[in-house]
Design a protein around this ligand. Structure first.
Ligand SMILES: Nc1nc2c(c(=O)[nH]1)N[C@@H](CN(C=O)c1ccc(C(=O)N[C@@H](CCC(=O)O)C(=O)O)cc1)CN2
Length: 287
């Protein structure tokens, strides 16, 4: 048996064309959504992600505002960039690209973002709204994973999901989203302290692998027919992406994301969705 592909690249392209129409409608009403980014330092992957986010915006008609700071930027300089985007009326929502270079206080930077302009849903207020069940922008990768499953009609309700990794952008919020009433999955959150990862994964109908450990999920751990989503982006010596899923998982699983071409494009598509959703809600409120 060979698994079917959870094709993030194709689904993201469809979502972008849907968003393009919604942006056209907003622009016809005189509203131009704007996405801001703050990038600190010269990490090649982060630079690529930010560049791709700006290209996506241009493709669908969203304005974008880019602030790039050097790797040795001080905490005060990064916070001044946050204040600048908080005050910029052309910037509907924005992100601070993570991780920040060592020595910077990431929580202080995220906490300084105006929660009403938080495109990533990572501000403590918005994560708090997620826990409390009130609508707020959702973290892009977990939202993208749910959308990818839905668009391939993979059942979530009543299923057992195992999330591997407890990071702020994926693992932690993923568990919160999957256990909402609208998703109704049962979740096990695994991490470096988990004693028997293989046993946990073997019980899973859905596995979200976000450990950042190449090939940590192997074929022998996979329940036949399970859906596997690969968030890992380690690199081999040639700079090629190596995910958290070993190649032999395709033999047992029912659904697998390729990597690249799976979760990454969905993350970017959901960032655009957060901006468009917010602009539409703002337009409604304004009458
Ligand atoms: N502020 C944030 N920082 C980070 C987030 C986030 O959601 N918000 N997530 C990740 C990185 N990320 C978004 O910023 C991201 C990851 C991957 C991709 C992507 O399109 N990847 C391509 C392959 C790209 C390549 O070849 O290198 C793919 O998977 O096909 C986009 C965005 C950490 N930081």
């Amino acid at each position: 048996m060979t698994a079917q592909t959870l094709d993030g690249k194709a689904v993201a392209a469809t979502i972008k064309s849907e968003l393009r129409e919604r942006v056209d409608a907003l622009r016809a009403r005189g509203i131009t959504p704007g996405l801001g980014t703050i990038l600190v330092g010269d990490d090649p992957a982060s630079r690529w992600y930010v560049g791709a986010k700006h290209k996506d915006c241009a493709e669908i008609g969203i304005e974008s505002i880019r602030i790039d700071l050097p790797a040795d930027a001080s905490q005060a300089e990064v916070e001044a960039a946050v204040d600048q985007l908080n005050a910029d009326p052309a910037c509907t929502l924005y992100i601070v690209q993570l991780p920040l270079p060592k020595g910077l206080d990431e929580n202080a930077v995220i906490g300084r973002i105006d929660p009403a302009k938080d495109a990533d849903g990572l501000h403590p207020t918005n994560l708090g709204w997620l826990v409390l069940g009130k609508a707020a922008p959702l973290p892009c990768t977990p939202r993208g994973i749910l959308e990818l499953l839905r668009r391939h009609e993979v059942e979530i309700a009543g299923r057992h999901a195992v999330v591997v990794g407890r990071g702020i952008t994926v693992g932690r919020p993923m568990g919160l989203l999957l256990t909402r009433r609208s998703e109704n999955a049962t979740v096990t959150l695994c991490h470096t302290g988990t004693q028997d990862l293989a046993a946990e994964v073997r019980r899973a109908d859905i596995v979200i692998a976000a450990a950042g450990v190449p090939g940590i999920i192997t074929g022998d751990m996979v329940k036949p027919g399970a859906a596997l989503l690969d968030v890992g982006v380690s690199r081999d010596e040639d700079g090629k992406i190596v995910g958290d899923l070993a190649p032999d998982v395709w033999e047992t699983a029912g659904w697998v994301t390729p990597n690249p071409g799976g979760v990454g494009p969905m993350t970017r598509a959901m960032l655009l969705s957060n901006v468009v959703d917010f602009s539409e809600a703002q337009a409604e409120d304004a009458g």
